[in-house]
Each structure stands twice: as C-alpha cells, then as structure tokens.
Design a protein around this ligand. Structure first.
Ligand SMILES: Cc1cc2nc3c(=O)[nH]c(=O)nc-3n(C[C@H](O)[C@H](O)[C@H](O)COP(=O)(O)OP(=O)(O)OC[C@H]3O[C@@H](n4cnc5c(N)ncnc54)[C@H](O)[C@@H]3O)c2cc1C
Length: 462
C-alpha cells in the first residue's frame, strides 16, 4: 500500500476512478453532496471520496483500490452515527455507503435470517412478518442492522432476550487486505469476537446472519400524560421497574414537541411524559402488570396486542433524516434522588427528548460466548436528545445535552453504550475490559488502521 506522501491526491483520485468507475464520487462532482449526506445532518461529512457498492465484489474492489492508493476506508450504512465518524479526519477516507446493499433471506428451519450489509430493520421486519417472526430490532426502523447489532443493540426485548449483538451468528466481512472473510464461532473466531463491538473498525460487513424471535405479535404500546404529571409518573415508573419481571422492557420519556402541522393535535406544541415498551406475557398478565401505571390515569393508553412488526412505531422515532445531538450515561439503579434529578433536568425545553431506558435482566448479563461487548454495565440508560433545527444551534444543543447528563454524575458508572454514542465522548469506557484485546486484534487484522469508524478502535502500539 502506498503511503499518503508517496501519491498525490490527484493521482489517488485517478487511480480510484480507473478501478471503480462511476461507483466512486469525488468532492468536485455534482453528486458528491447527495451521496455524502448522512441520516444525521449535524454531521457535515466530507470524505476524500464516496463509494456506493452494489455487491460484495464491489466492496472488495473498493477496499483494494482505496488501500492500494494509501487511502483509508469507512463503512456507513445510514449515517445515524455520522457525528462520531466525523471526529476522524475524513480527508483521506473513502466513505463506503452501503445503501444499495440491502436484502433479507429468512431461514425458517433455523429461525435465522441472512441480512445484506446495508439493510435496515424495516427490511428485516418486512421479511420476517409473513413467517410470524421478528427480531431484536431497536426503536427506529431505518437504523441499519449491522451498525445497530455490531455496536450492541438495545431493543424492547432486551431484558428478556439480551442485546442484539448476541443474536449475530456470523458475518461476511471485507478486511483490510481486501479479502472477503467469514467469521463465526467456528471460523476466524478471534475476528468474530472483535467485530461484535469493534464493528466497522475491522472491515466492511457485507452480510450477517442473525437469530430471529418466534413472535408474530407482541403486547406493546404507550401511556401518555401531560408533562405536568412527570414527578408522579417518574416516581411510579422507577418503583415499578425495580420489581418488573424480565419479560417487561420499557422506557420513561419526557418530550417537548414543537408546534408542527405534521404532528397530530394531541402532540403538537405540547410537553408530554410517556412510558412505552413491550410486555412478553399473555394479555391478562400484561394488563395485571401494567395496572399500577394505568392507575395514574394516562390521557392516552395504546398498550395492547399488536403485530410484532408494529413495535418499531411505538417509540415514535422520526421516520426521516433528522439533526440530532445525544448524550447518555448508565445508572446501576434509579434512586429517589436520581428520579428527582431526571424530573428537574427533563424540564429543559432545549431537549426534544429526555429518557430513561430500563435495561438490566438479560441485557446486563455478560454472555460467555459473546464478543467484545455483550452486555450493558447497569440497569438504566439515561439519554438526552436535542434536535437542533439549524447548524448554528448545534453547540447550544450539545451544551444542553451535556448539562442534562452531568446532573446524573453522582450515580453514573463509567461505562457507556456503543450504539448510543454520538461523538463528544471518549469511546474507551464503552469497550470496557475488552479494549486491550480489541486493540491487539486490530493490530492483527488492520495494522495500518485502514478502517475508520464512528466508534474507532486503534491498533495496539499505534
Ligand atoms: C432515531 C434513532 C433511534 C435509535 N434507536 C436505537 C435503539 O432503539 N437501540 C439502540 O441500541 N440504538 C438505537 N439507535 C442508535 C443506532 O443503533 C446507532 O447509531 C447505530 O450505530 C446506527 O447504525 P447505522 O449503521 O444505521 O449508522 P451508521 O452511521 O451508518 O453506522 C454506524 C457505525 O456502524 C458501523 N457500520 C455500519 N454499517 C456497517 C457495515 N456494513 N460494515 C461495517 N461497519 C458498519 C460503522 O462503524 C459505522 O461508523 C438509534 C439511533 C437513532 C438516530
């Protein structure tokens, strides 16, 4: 591989164009601004070039052509986590956007699916619903399966079934030397360990195999009150979750919604407190479990049995690209003081959403056969999400999210959740005790640090 000093930028562009033709777009070309645009537009990512593979063979060609000219490579499926990637200098990076590499094959007999590298969770739900199956997807259908799963993956099934990362059975990945490699418990087991947490730092995943869940429907929904009820709702939810069985995964959130015509009148311009989630029980048992929360007389109660694919709409995540700034921390428990801090912090109208996700249960138990990351080190994830409408207010949004999280410092552990990182933080605490081995694996599989990622792992000794 040529070093950056050996080859001028123009020579590298020429070499890439010769190797890749129209599959690569450069900054001076009109399509550049279209193909570089991430889901989260607060990230103004300006890579050396953007490549758009149509097949695994294309990905091999792209990695080989980029590394042959001394360039680095970053895999990106949607750009939900683009702010993290943008903390890396992208001026010598070929951004591999995998939006064309989508498709899902369900294997009924093994209750698994093979998922192409750029697929979204909506693709999985479309494919699994006719079989009466679902998967450990997150709250948004347009997040990619690879980016979510290989960074952890917290679903509304998390307390019962663990993190999405543990549902990955194998990956097909293009590594730094341009090889297409399969990694599983039986093949390249060290790489399989590393990629489950190390994700894009180890290569471009062109497909992965995941376990599915045999659920055609699920008891799920939300309870909604005016935000003036936040103190009593938050206290009741904290008490409720302390003894909730692992079949229940839920979230407490306070939303400050702008007055937008596209929102229904009961949401537009209002501040609300919401509890949403899924209860993997019979209807009767689920109703019994929810009763203490329903006793607080919610203004709206949508909990009931729904098709499993409908779970992806329960959290009301934006269905289109959205400027977002997020910060989070993990708490071991939710004390009265922490609840009071949440109530006070959630009043900040600069935050679109303040939320606490109840994890614990299977989500917080390390899996012996798991990879570098297999569990969350705590029972609650506290999360602030701001939506800065114009780039000028991004710094203020970051400050609001930082201030929110600082309020939980007395109870927060050091650990973080990879999927919820949004740049702005040291990633090391999210890798925990696996960091040294991950860096050693990186030195073995990608010694020249070809792959940049939203949550980068740098080679040991580098
Ligand atoms: C609205 C919204 C809702 C969310 N809800 C949840 C939730 O419920 N639970 C949860 O756990 N997380 C959730 N997230 C966080 C989300 O899971 C992470 O941001 C995730 O990393 C996004 O993956 P992506 O591929 O879509 O994003 P990208 O920015 O495209 O990718 C993120 C990183 O993943 C890696 N990557 C992606 N694709 C590949 C590939 N094919 N090969 C190799 N590496 C790859 C790269 O390192 C990349 O930098 C949510 C995020 C948003 C914005």
């Amino acid at each position: 591989m040529a070093s950056i000093s050996e080859t001028s930028l123009d020579d590298r562009a020429t070499a890439l164009r010769e190797a890749l033709g129209s599959r690569v777009v450069f900054a001076h070309e009109p399509e550049y601004d279209v193909v570089r645009a991430p889901w989260n537009p607060t990230a103004d990512q300006r890579p050396f070039a953007v490549a758009t593979p149509q097949s695994a063979e294309d990905v091999v060609a792209i990695v080989r052509a980029a590394t042959a000219t001394g360039l680095r490579v970053a895999a990106q499926s949607t750009g939900h986590a683009a702010p993290g990637l943008c903390e890396t200098d992208l001026s010598d990076v070929v951004l591999v956007r995998l939006g064309a590499l989508r498709g899902v094959t369900v294997h009924r007999a093994t209750l698994t699916a093979t998922v192409l590298g750029g697929s979204h969770w909506n693709d999985v739900l479309d494919a699994t619903a006719p079989h009466g199956f679902t998967a450990l997807h997150g709250s948004a259908g347009d997040v990619s399966v690879v980016g979510y799963s290989l960074n952890g993956g917290v679903s509304f099934f998390a307390r019962a079934h663990g993190l999405g990362i543990n549902a990955v059975r194998s990956v097909e990945i293009v590594t730094a030397d341009g090889s297409l490699v399969r990694a599983s418990a039986d093949e390249n087991a060290d790489l399989f360990w590393a990629v489950r947490g190390g994700s894009g730092s180890f290569g471009v995943v062109v497909s992965l195999e995941i376990d599915l869940l045999p659920y055609a429907d699920v008891f799920a929904g939300m309870l909604l009150w005016d935000a003036s009820h936040t103190p009593e709702v938050a206290r009741a939810w904290a008490e409720w979750t302390a003894s909730a069985p692992e079949s229940v995964t839920s979230t407490l959130r306070v939303l400050h919604l702008p007055p937008l015509p596209e929102l229904p009148p009961f949401l537009s311009g209002r501040s609300l407190v919401v509890i949403d989630g899924a209860v993997l029980e019979t209807d009767a048992r689920a109703d019994e479990l929810l009763q203490p929360l329903r006793d607080l007389a919610p203004e709206m109660d949508t909990f009931g049995r729904i098709p499993a694919a409908g779970l992806v709409h329960v959290h009301m995540d934006p269905p289109q690209p959205t400027p977002a700034v997020t910060r989070h921390c993990i708490l071991g428990s939710l004390s009265d003081e922490a609840v009071a801090a949440f109530v006070a912090a959630s009043e900040d109208p600069a935050l679109f959403v303040s939320e606490v996700r109840h994890v614990g249960g299977a989500a917080s138990r390390p899996v012996p056969t798991g990879g570098a990351v297999s569990a969350i080190a705590g029972d609650y994830v506290v999360h602030a999400i701001a939506v800065p409408p114009v780039p000028e207010v991004v710094p203020a949004a970051r400050a609001a999210a930082d201030t929110f999280i600082e309020r939980f410092a007395p109870w927060a552990g050091e650990a973080l959740v990879l999927t919820f990182l949004d740049g702005g933080s040291d990633r090391a605490p999210a890798f925990g005790a696996s960091l040294d081995r991950l860096r050693a694996m990186k030195a073995e599989w990608d010694p020249r640090n070809v792959f940049a990622a939203a949550n980068p792992v740098v080679p040991a000794g580098g």
